[in-house]
Structures are given as C-alpha cells and as structure tokens.
Design a protein. Structure first.
Length: 547
C-alpha cells in the first residue's frame, strides 16, 4: 500500500524511491515499515496507517515508556523500523535499527526491547581532530546521517566516519538486515573536483543529511564542519548504485564557482539532519546553506541559500529558488539550508506539485515544484507564498484531515502550527491558512524541532514532537503529543537526555505499529500502550473533526 500521500504510480524497472510501506508479515499480521528519514522520500513524516494509538488512548493514561535501552554513544540518526524481518538464528521480529556516533548499528526487537544484533563499522573520529575542533557535533563523530533501508533486498545503507591511519575517512556500507554484515566491501567516499580545483576532503566535509534511495541509487548530501575551512568545503550530493556501491559518474555538486570567483564558498547540504527528498520521477531536492556574499548568483554556478532540484544522474541542476535577500542571509549566517525541503503529495487545484522549505530566518516558502522560482534580484520572489513560522532548525510534516484536505505542520520557534492548504480566493493559486497553534514547548539549543504525524486515514490524528534540551544541567528531552484537530497538548513525557548541547538534537519521533521510538544520548526509548490499556481506535474511527 502506498502511504506517501501521492498518487499511485507504476514503478519503472530500476527506479526505486523509498516510501513508507505497509507490508504483510505472514498471513495474519500486517505492519508499517519506516525505512527512511521522516518516513518517506517526500519527507512527509506521516504514518497514515496507525491503528492503535489515538488521542483518547493518550489522554486516558494508558500510554507510557515501555523500554529504555542503553547504547554506546549519542544518536543523531533517526531509528528505522522493519516488520517481520528475519534475523540470523533468531527467527522473525519487528526490528528497530539504530545507528550511533560510535559507528555502531544495533538491531532490537521492537516489542521486547531485546538486542538482536550489533555491528561496529570502525573507530569514530574524535572531535579533537576536526578543523578548529568544531564543537557543534558529538564528541565522537561516526554515523550522523540517518541510514536508509531497501526492504526488498534486505539491505541497510549507512555512511560511517572513521579514524584511520591516514586520517578521517567516510565509507558507505551496504549491511545485510539479517546479520548486519557488509554485503560488499565498503568503499571510500570520494568526489569530483569543484571547478577543477577542489577535491573531496573527508577532514573538512560533514555528512549530516539523511540518505535517500531513488533511481536505483543511494544519495547522500555533504556540508562542512563549522564552516572553518571554507576554501576547501563544498556542498555536494553524491550517489552510488544500490547493491554494488559503484559511484555514479556525474557532476555531484551544488556549487561550481569558477576559479576566477572568490575562493570562499560553502553551500553546505545539512538541513538539520533532514534528508534530500526524491519525487516519483527520481528528481532530487535539497536546500543549501550560506556561501560567500558575492552579489548576484550565477545560476547553477553558485547555489548557496537555495532550494535546488537535481537530476537523478547528477548531471544537471534542473531548477532552483534563491530568496531575493540572499546576500543578507549570507552576511548574517541565516542559513536557508538550516531546514529541510518537504515535497507535498500531489494536490487537486491549480498548482498540484508543491514543496515547502524554511530556515533560520523564520520564513516558510511554499514553492511550485514545476517552477521553483529562480532568483529575482531586489524581488519579489517568484514563489507561491511566504509565511512566518519562527526560526527553523527543523523540517515540516504533512497529513490529510478528516475533510480530505492536506495540512502542513510547521515547528519553527517553540510551537507546532497546523496550516491548511487552500485555494487563494483572489487569484488562481493556492495558499496556507493557519488553523491551530500549540502551547510552547520547553525547548532549547536552537529554535525549532522535528515533528511527525500518525493517524488512521483522516481520523485519530496525533502530531508528535521531541524538544531540544534547555541546557546541559537540565538535559532532558521530552516527547510531546498534540491532537491534530486543534493542536491541544495530549501528553509530555521525558524521553531521554542530551547533555552535550554543543551538538544540536535533531530528534525525529518515529511512530509505527502502536509504538513510538525516540533515540537520544546513549539511549533508545520505546513508548506504547501498557498491558491492559484499552485500544479505542475503532470507537474513534467516526469521531467528528474540529477542522
């Protein structure tokens, strides 16, 4: 079953796009798999097939912590879930896979919390060897970007960062889900020169954005460590063939300044851990961070502070949008690329293919994916709309309400807000209307946070969020749940800790099959209904909506 929210389409041979899947687990059992960051390649963060958790279940007190599991290091990557997965010598399980900054990949039984497997991919890189001792990451840097799973071939793809004899290196791994062993030798990550001058340097380029599967390839975005080596760091989108891990020959860059241009240029792909998105045609989308303020961007030669669409073969920048105040964003370090880009599932109306993106300056851009908008010096920007959501180290979520109309969930500043997609009454276009806003979350570090949504179709909608720690002394992170009908607070429960506040907590709550998974500092928390709690999902199926 297709849960991406888009229209069903026939898959072309060799064109794999990772969407959230519902698969049969034997004759009498079905479950939801979460195989990629923010649930699907559109990055909607929406599980529309949750049959157990409901607003009433949460309010009646039957929901809480089931298991707390100790891990070997901080977790920046989102947990992933696979149903009915065979584990070598241990039968079949609903498995949650978790990767840590010590380059360890774990497999746990999602129901019992028992450890099934673990594999270490090499010694992590100590923060002390980074340029300028960059401290906006973990004390160890190993697996940061969320891995991605190809269920049909039982393979988990992850990029490790290891300290080897010659210094730090990245390797891409294809791990067998049954035993977490490399299916093929893990090759070094490299790159094509930038303007024939700069080669990929693992000591200065940072892999933080989540991985994505599309076109039979694995894609990963790269940025920099603290922008401390801007003359050597370049934003990159690299790709490898699924299975063989053969690198894709293309022009895998978002920044190609000519040698005569200033030497300083970053255009990092980091998006607070949000991954590049992929549509059903295999086009890749991402948002870049700051570059060097050089005046008018030169089309695809300089794509700092931009939402970018790249062809699946990495040979062409197909489209882009750069805000008209691009130089101001650069000069104030107000990265557009602090947040991710979400592709809105196809809508009825005059602009069916939309996307949303927001960053540090607090503006949410509603974009037409068929014409992103380019760059208009002095403005106005050629976009569908712009909305104030608060500073955003975050990414949006999406769901469909009981009325069948799509909603965008934003999480800039300290609030969750629900926006309804609506036709603009004054012109043949669409707009967003803010319907609800939540109470403030107690959250720190940087503004914004990640959300996800669970529902059963248009009913029983719940918006989930995990706060960032306020400071190192009060380092608790909290799981919040809000009623999707009105953004009313349903619960707030401690979900872990994050004492090292130098590294931003970009925690995505993962909801699948009646459980919620939250990975944080040295821990995985599993929430769900306690034994004896009443499942009222069927009773709420026809409940009225406040939309």
């Amino acid at each position: 079953m297709n849960l991406s929210g888009g229209k069903r389409s026939r898959r072309r041979p060799g064109r794999a796009v990772a969407f959230l899947l519902v698969i049969a687990s034997g004759a009498a059992e079905a479950g939801v798999n979460v195989t990629t960051h923010h649930y699907d390649a559109y990055r909607t963060g929406w599980n529309g097939e949750e049959t157990i958790l409901t607003p009433t279940n949460l309010e009646t007190g039957g929901f809480g912590m089931l298991h707390t599991i100790t891990l070997d290091d901080q977790v920046d990557a989102q947990p992933l879930v696979v149903n009915n997965q065979a584990i070598a010598g241990k039968g079949r399980h609903e498995v949650v896979y978790v990767a840590t900054e010590s380059n360890t990949v774990y497999a746990f039984d999602a129901a019992s919390g028992d450890e099934l497997l673990r594999a270490n991919l090499g010694p992590p890189v100590p923060q002390s060897v980074l340029p300028g001792k960059c401290n906006n990451n973990a004390l160890n840097i190993g697996i940061t970007g969320t891995p991605v799973i190809d269920v049909s071939h039982e393979t988990l793809y992850a990029i490790s960062y290891t300290q080897e004899v010659g210094g730090p290196v990245y390797r891409i791994h294809a791990l067998d889900l049954k035993n977490l062993r490399d299916r093929v030798p893990a090759p070094l990550v490299g790159g094509v020169p930038v303007a024939d001058a700069y080669r990929f340097d693992a000591s200065v380029n940072r892999q933080r954005a989540a991985l994505v599967l599309a076109n039979g390839n694995v894609y990963a975005g790269f940025g920099s460590f603290c922008d401390l080596r801007p003359s050597a760091s370049r934003g990159r989108l690299l790709a490898w063939q699924m299975g063989s891990l053969k690198p894709i020959e293309g022009r895998p860059l978002t920044d190609r300044l000519s040698p005569s241009s200033p030497a300083i240029s970053l255009s990092s792909i980091w998006m607070s851990g949000y991954g590049p998105a992929a549509d059903r045609a295999g086009m890749l989308y991402m948002v870049t961070g700051n570059s060097d303020p050089i005046g008018t961007p030169q089309g695809e030669r300089d794509l700092g502070e931009s939402a970018v669409a790249v062809s699946g073969d990495l040979k062409a920048v197909s489209d882009y949008f750069t805000p008209q105040n691009r130089d101001e964003l650069d000069e104030t370090d107000s990265d557009f690329g602090a947040g991710g880009i979400m592709l809105v599932p196809d809508q009825a109306g005059p602009i069916p293919r939309l996307a949303t993106a927001a960053g540090k300056d607090g503006n949410l851009y509603l974009l037409n994916r068929d014409r992103l908008g380019g760059f208009t010096p002095g403005g106005p920007d050629k976009i569908v709309g712009k909305f104030d959501i608060g500073q955003c180290f975050c990414g949006q979520s999406y769901f469909t309400g009981a009325d069948g109309v799509g909603r965008i969930v934003t999480s800039g500043g300290a609030n969750v807000a629900v926006w309804k997609l609506a036709k603009n009454k004054k012109m043949p276009t669409v707009t967003l209307i803010r319907e609800h806003i939540s109470p403030d979350l107690r959250s720190g570090q940087f503004p914004g946070f990640m959300t996800s949504v669970s529902s059963k179709g248009g009913a029983n909608g719940i918006i989930w969020a995990v706060s960032r720690p306020v400071d190192s002394d009060r380092a608790t992170v909290t799981l919040y749940a809000f009623d999707a009908r009105n953004a009313a607070l349903l619960l707030a429960q401690p979900a872990g800790t994050w004492p090292y506040i130098g590294g931003d907590a970009n925690i995505v709550p993962v909801v699948a099959n009646g459980k919620v998974f939250v990975a944080s500092y040295r821990g995985l928390s599993i929430f769900g209904l306690h034994a004896g709690a009443k499942n009222v999902a069927e009773a709420e199926e026809g409940s009225p909506s406040n939309d």
